[in-house]
Design a protein around this ligand. Sequence first.
Ligand code: WTA
Length: 643
Amino acid sequence: MSYPYQIGSLSEYHEAYRKSIEDPEAFWAGVASNFHWRKKWDRVLSWNFKEPNVEWFAGGKLNITENCLDRHLEKLGDKPAIIWEPNNPEERTRVVTYERLHKRVCQFAQVLRNNGVKKGDRVCIYMGMVPELAYAVLGCARIGAVHSVIFGGFSAQSIADRLEDAKAEFIVTCDGAYRGGKDIPLKSIIDDALIGNKLVKKVIVYTRTRIPVSMIKGRDVWWEDEMLKVTDTLPVEGFGEAEVMDAEDPLFILYTSGSTGKPKGVVHSSGGYMIWTNYTFVNAFQYKPGQVHFCTADIGWITGHSYILYGPLSAGATSIMFEGIPTWPDAGRFWDVIDKYKVNIFYTAPTAIRSLMSFGLDPLKGKDLSSLQVLGTVGEPINEEAWHWYDEHIGKKNCPVVDTWWQTETGGLMITNLAGITPAKPSWATLPMPGVQPVLVDDKGEEVTEKDADGFYKGNLCIKAPWPGIIRTTYGDHERCRTNYFATYDNLYFTGDGALKDDNGFFRITGRVDDVLNVSGHRIGTAEVENAINMHASVIESAVVGFPHDIKGQGIYAYVIVSGLRGDEAGTRQDIIQTVSRIIGPIAKPDKIQFVTGLPKTRSGKIMRRILRKIAEGETANLGDTSTLLDPAVVDELKNGKL
Ligand code: WTA
């Protein structure tokens, strides 16, 4: 594989950036011409941010799996596409070559067809990190079914909500999953999620842990049995053949949290998303053919979609898929994996770095990390201390560190340095990718043109024009897409993040400015957590904010009014945590719950979250104006009871 659009120097970056802004159509047509299209597009780009309506490569026909698999077969057929590292290091590694991956994807595509899945149908995937998860995702893409992967840490209730929202009729799952020392009973969670569900017709179950499961006649089938029915010699017409998709046909839905209501289904397209994940992968990480790429994310999140699967595979890369967690059996696990497979590019989250830092340098002893060439971080702001530790102890000051800022909605990286090509600056994401036009605006939507006291421009981060990987809609509710992202400021995509910009045009992301928390790099809406807490029978009202947490970045702080305690405070606290875990999932459990008798409300009944945030952060002196509060006395109670 060669990548003629790979940027090779700082001046090439500036040149590419300029061209991408001056003539985006010519620029992206140039990039897209390196891919396999069944039919060329009629028009590169048409867009407005009013409705919004964005179309990239309209009229173009393709299948993303032909670009990720078929086109590599001749030259890379026997090269590893996926190297799978099991949870238990004693278990056998699985190396899936491009040829094997192609075969398995075609087979599973046929399994889906045999089970009644058609183009456009939504297939929910709830599996652990096993190669079969990749076969399931790509098998859907092969036949034009829209996959919706749900992270294994979400509860039955969360799955039920997503199934209903996506109107999914098909599920692919595992009997169970291994994660560190825990076994997660995935199928049984799916069974709970399906109580009362009338839409789901088929559940395909892959055997991973051999825990007992209950299989419902007519609905549940075993992956292994279904695969046996389709061999590559089976003379089924169209076997393994890829469905021809429009560039704008949806590829997948991925649910993510916003500041209000339930999680929304972010929809990505087939053509633009492919170009964007590939282009950003090849450029930010400076991927060179033959290198081994290890992204530690779970495929249940966008990072796994874009940088374990679609980006690397479309580039013919070798991508590591890791089933386990960084601290099991011990805190040296990532370093073992890097050593074992001679990983060249390592991409993880600041939370993981901070957590591994806390174990000191012992877990690094005897681990050969000399294969590493590029390091990356994603998901949350990285503090300077963690950045330097990563650079020094993992990269041995010999690997560029890319700090990649992006979102589920952006499909791929947006603001990041390019490894070894553009300069790095600790805790700064630095410069935009070609095609990305960031702008900082004040609360009225005016571009910030004055520097603050520290010499930085500071504002709400927006993007002026579409890039190929931009969100197309929120599933089933286009208006929600408009109000969430395009209505805050005229003609701008609003990210929900605040940022600083320096004189070099470098950006530093400071965190969310809306009511979205970033806990260990996981996005969680405060409203979602409040709704879950309020489900508890003794809770009258609650308000949730974030607070700085050494490892997780942010922790969850809940102020809760209860009508009567069951037993002691500690018991009720546990009950509430249990409720949140059941309604959303363990990732949303509050770290701190403070029982209060009132919340700081304005006369119009609005909760003043600013005050709650400050108290949770430990700031008690400088709470700002509290005179508009209905009952200013409540503030003292909150301060005195702070946990
Ligand atoms: C945050 C993850 C600072 C940000 C890919 C964004 C970051 C949210 C960075 C999206 C970074 C992501 N520096 N903050 N390098 N990367 N974020 O949708 O607040 O799970 O809005 O996508 O994570 O989270 P999401």
